[in-house]
Design a protein around this ligand. Structure first.
Ligand SMILES: *Cc1c(COP(=O)(O)O)cnc(C)c1O
Length: 398
């Protein structure tokens, strides 16, 4: 059993994360094989022609048809509740492919201000060169979103919760606004993964991922994915992948398949640990503010439960004393990794103002609320007490 359509519609999330997408070859292998081949052989000239014309389904060339990559795509599409998934070389390649596939010169993107730093750079510096303008609004302000839509706006873009401030937006209502104005809603679901939130079920048109983060889960590979319907993703975004080539490697797809198998368990554990750390940070005198969707005083806490199953694994916090204090907390750690990655079983810490958001101007950083004393902690699966002890080394005495 492996084809998505072979599964009873009631098949649970964790089961699909383990089983969907693997078709055994004649060898009868239990684990998913890695197809490290650049091209595929045809039985005849006529078969080659039929494959290229699309009259016959089947593999052609690994830039756009590889069985290991396809297994990952089918599994993730099933988990997000989408018809099609296109895997890409990175999360940024997923965002670029969506923009190239769905936008043309003269179109506008309306985006949340609280998005990944490289996404802002892509919109402001590179897409702008091709006549695609981006306007920004405050993530959770639905009236501001609607007021900023004009006749050229084609696509609404957000990440919820956002990186690093964990700001959320009501996806059901944002999808209604987008559709009322003939726009598409694109959601970067990197922080939650489908284990905690499924934007397509809430009305979004496209979901995308940096698979590099929680989908892998152990910090091994770079990859991305776009999920949606047969036309938008199956034709438009797939067309960009096939033609321009930002494809996922079969080896990486295999690693991500292994990652998906434990996704449900890991996301529960990350959320549980992060909730404990967030509560504990609130009791630390050096900490001025904690940003975590699971906290009852988070401004969009009401979305927990219905939109998003739990708070997720990322906690951000402001320490008293600006950059010097934030760097001191980082430099005093002995276990937590100082790295920009997140969504790993190993806890990681970063200072957004000087790393992930360092290429933004100070004005752009201020506009999206990234202060000099802000730290982002991606809570791993080590013992919570050990993570706390490591943070205490720098927090004590601030
Ligand atoms: C990391 C990240 C990306 C970019 O993904 P890459 O795989 O690094 O290219 C996009 N969005 C969010 C929210 C991310 O955290």
């Amino acid at each position: 059993m492996s084809d998505p359509e072979d599964f009873d519609p009631d098949t649970g999330f964790a089961t699909r994360a383990i089983r969907v997408g693997h078709r055994r070859t004649a060898e009868g292998e239990h684990g998913e094989p890695i197809f490290t081949t650049s091209s595929f052989v045809f039985q005849s000239a006529a078969e080659a022609a039929a494959r290229f014309s699309g009259d016959q389904a089947g593999n052609i060339y690994s830039r756009f048809t590889n069985p290991t990559v396809r297994a990952f795509e089918e599994r993730l599409a099933s988990l997000e509740g989408g018809e099609r998934c296109v895997a890409t070389a990175s999360g940024m390649a997923a965002i670029l492919s969506v923009c190239m596939g769905l936008l043309k010169s003269g179109d506008r993107i309306l985006s949340s201000r609280s998005i990944f730093g490289s996404t802002t750079m892509l919109f402001n510096k590179y897409l702008a060169r091709f006549g695609i303008e981006t306007t920004y609004v405050a993530q959770s302000d639905l009236e501001a979103w609607e007021a900023a839509i004009d006749s050229r706006t084609r696509l609404l873009f957000c990440e919820t919760p956002s990186n690093p401030l964990t700001e959320m937006v009501d996806l059901r209502r944002l999808a209604e606004i987008a559709h009322r104005h003939g726009c598409l809603l694109v959601v970067d679901n990197c922080f939650c993964t489908p284990a905690l939130q499924r934007p397509l079920e809430l009305g979004a048109d496209i979901v995308l991922h940096s698979a590099t983060k929680f989908l892998d889960g152990q910090g091994r590979c770079i990859g991305g994915a776009v999920i949606g319907d047969k036309t938008l993703v199956g034709e438009e975004v797939f067309g960009v992948l096939r033609t321009a080539g930002p494809a996922m490697s079969p080896f990486n797809a295999w690693v991500f398949l292994k990652g998906l198998e434990t996704l449900d368990l890991r996301m529960r554990a990350h959320s549980q640990g992060a909730a404990q750390i967030a509560d504990w940070l609130l009791t630390q005198s050096a900490v001025e503010r904690v940003y975590y969707p699971g906290l009852v005083d988070h401004p969009q806490h009401a979305l927990i439960g219905d939109q998003q199953r739990s708070g997720g694994g990322i906690v951000a916090f402001d320490v008293r004393g600006g950059r010097a204090a934030a760097w001191r907390v980082i430099d005093a750690t002995r276990m937590i990794s100082i790295t920009a990655n997140l969504g790993d079983v190993k806890s990681t810490i970063t200072h957004p103002a000087s790393t992930t958001h360092g290429r933004l101007t100070p004005e752009e950083r201020a506009a999206c609320g990234i202060g000099e004393g802000l730290l982002r902690l991606a809570v791993g699966l080590e013992e919570v007490a050990d993570i706390q002890r490591d943070l205490t080394r720098g927090l004590d005495g601030l």
